[in-house]
Design a protein. Structure first.
Length: 408
C-alpha cells in the first residue's frame, strides 16, 4: 500500500490511530498517600467534603466592622473590641465596635466589611475609619474557591504539584490512582557501550538508554531496564520473553532491514507486528506489536529518531494505557525565523527554538537536522512540524510543539 506518494510508508496520524485503538488501559487501582502522588493518574472523581475557605475570612490585615455602625458615628471612630488572628475562633462582633483582624482570620458574626490597616489609624483602643466603605469589601466568601460536594480532581487526570496542593486544601490524605505502568526497556546493538567504559574502535556510547529512561521517569512509570541485548536472534528472543512480564516493552534499534537487526523477526515469532515503516522524519523504522500479549514499541536506533518517535507515538500510547483522560498535546502557530526551500517526502519534525526576535515571538530551527545529531534536541525548546510536500518561507506561520508539553 502507498501513502503520500511514498510507497510502503504509513502517515503518522494513521499509525497513531492504529496503536491507540489497541490500547487496553490499566484497571488496577491502588490507594497512595497524597505526598507520593506526583504524576499519578486519578482513578475516580475526587469530591470535596468541605468548603474552601470553610468560613468567611479576611483578605487583608485590618479592621472588620458593620457598615451600619460606622454610619451612626459622627467622627468615623469605633472602639476596638477584640483581636482576631488567623486560626482563632472569633466572638460575635459587639454592636458599635470594630475588631482588629488579620489575613486569613475568620470574619466574626455581625461584621460585613474589612478595611485594610493602611487606611485606618488606631489610638488608645479606638480606630479611625474611612467614611465610605463597600459592603463585603476584602472578605473572602465561604466556599468561594471550592464548594462542598464539587469535584476537585477528575478521573483520568494526572496529578501535578498544583493538584496535590488542591487536594491537600480539602483534606484529602490519600488518593485512589491507577497502578503505574511497568515498562521494560532494552537496546540492541553490539556496538553499544555504557558511559564510563573505555571507548573502543567501532563502538558508541548508549545514549538512547538514558534518553528513554529519562522520558519514562518524567512520565512517572516504573522501569525494568534490561540493558543492551546482543545482536543475535537468540539473545533478542530471550530478552523479549523476559520483557513480556512488564505492562509494555520499548526497545531502541533493531527495526530496520539490516541483516543484524533481529527484533522484527523475533516479534513475528513471539507475537505479531502491526507496522514498522512510517512516513515521518526522523523515525521511519518504527514497529508496534505484541510479545506474548504484551504491547511492544520498537524505536529507531538513531538518537534523535528515538527521541522524536517516543514523544510522538510512545508517549500518547503509554499515557492512554495509564488511564489519562486527555492526551492532546497543545500546539502553537509561530512565524518562522528560517526558510526551508526543499519539500520533504515525509512529515518532518524539526528541532526548533522559539524565542523573542525584535520584540516578536518567532521560531528558528537547528542547522543540522540529521537524526544522529542529538545536540539538536538540547539546543532548542520544541519541534516544528514540516508537512509532507511543503516548503517553508521566512515569516510563514508554522506549527510548534513545546518540549514543556511533550516532556510531561
Amino acid at each position: 500500500m502507498s501513502y503520500c506518494g511514498h510507497p510502503g510508508l504509513m502517515p503518522i496520524e494513521q499509525a497513531l490511530n492504529a496503536i491507540l485503538t489497541e490500547v487496553q488501559p490499566v484497571t488496577k487501582i491502588i490507594e497512595v498517600a497524597l505526598i507520593h502522588c506526583l504524576g499519578k493518574v486519578v482513578a475516580q472523581d475526587i469530591v470535596s467534603f468541605v468548603d474552601v475557605p470553610p468560613a468567611d475570612n479576611s483578605a487583608m490585615d485590618g479592621y472588620c466592622l458593620a457598615i451600619a455602625d460606622l454610619e451612626k458615628t459622627v467622627d468615623g471612630v469605633l472602639p476596638v473590641s477584640q483581636r482576631i488572628p488567623a486560626g482563632a475562633v472569633p466572638e460575635p462582633l459587639t454592636s458599635g465596635t470594630a475588631a482588629r483582624i488579620f489575613t486569613g482570620a475568620e470574619i466574626p458574626e455581625g461584621a460585613d466589611v474589612v478595611v485594610m490597616q493602611e487606611n485606618c489609624s488606631e489610638h488608645d483602643g479606638k480606630v479611625l475609619l474611612p467614611p465610605v466603605l463597600a459592603l463585603r469589601d476584602n472578605i473572602r466568601d465561604q466556599g468561594q474557591d471550592i464548594l462542598k460536594g464539587s469535584v476537585v480532581v477528575s478521573k483520568g487526570q494526572r496529578l501535578r504539584p498544583q493538584e496535590l496542593g488542591l487536594l491537600a486544601s480539602v483534606g484529602v490524605g490519600s488518593v485512589p490512582v491507577y497502578k503505574p505502568l511497568k515498562v521494560a526497556l532494552l537496546s540492541t546493538g553490539d556496538e553499544l557501550i555504557e558511559p564510563g567504559e573505555p571507548a573502543r574502535p567501532s563502538t558508541i556510547f548508549n545514549s538512547n538508554r538514558y534518553t528513554l529512561r529519562g522520558l519514562l521517569q518524567a512520565l512517572h512509570f516504573e522501569i525494568v531496564d534490561l540493558g543492551v541485548v546482543a545482536d543475535t536472534f537468540e539473545a533478542t528472543e530471550k530478552a523479549l520473553i523476559k520483557a513480556s512480564n512488564a505492562d509494555c516493552i520499548i526497545s531502541s534499534g533493531g527495526v530496520s532491514v539490516g541483516e543484524e537487526d533481529h527484533v522484527k523477526v523475533a516479534i513475528e515469532k513471539l507475537g505479531r507486528l502491526n507496522l514498522w515503516k512510517l512516513a515521518i522524519k526522523p523515525g521511519k523504522p518504527f514497529a508496534f506489536g505484541d510479545v506474548k500479549g504484551t504491547p511492544f514499541l520498537a524505536l529507531p536506533g538513531n538518537p534523535v529518531a528515538a527521541f522524536a518517535t517516543f514523544l510522538l507515538l510512545c508517549r500518547p500510547y503509554l499515557l492512554t494505557k495509564q488511564g489519562v483522560g486527555n492526551i492532546t498535546t497543545p500546539t502553537f502557530t509561530l512565524p518562522a525565523n528560517f526558510s526551508r526551500k526543499k519539500a520533504g517526502m515525509r512529515q518532518e519534525y524539526l528541532r526548533a527554538n522559539a524565542e523573542v526576535v525584535d520584540g516578536k515571538m518567532m521560531v528558528n530551527t537547528y542547522p543540522n537536522q540529521s537524526s544522529g545529531v542529538l545536540s539538536s534536541t538540547c539546543w532548542g525548546n520544541g519541534l516544528v512540524v514540516a508537512p509532507i510536500g511543503q516548503t517553508i518561507e521566512h515569516g510563514q506561520e508554522v506549527i510548534f510543539m513545546s518540549y514543556s508539553d511533550l516532556l510531561y
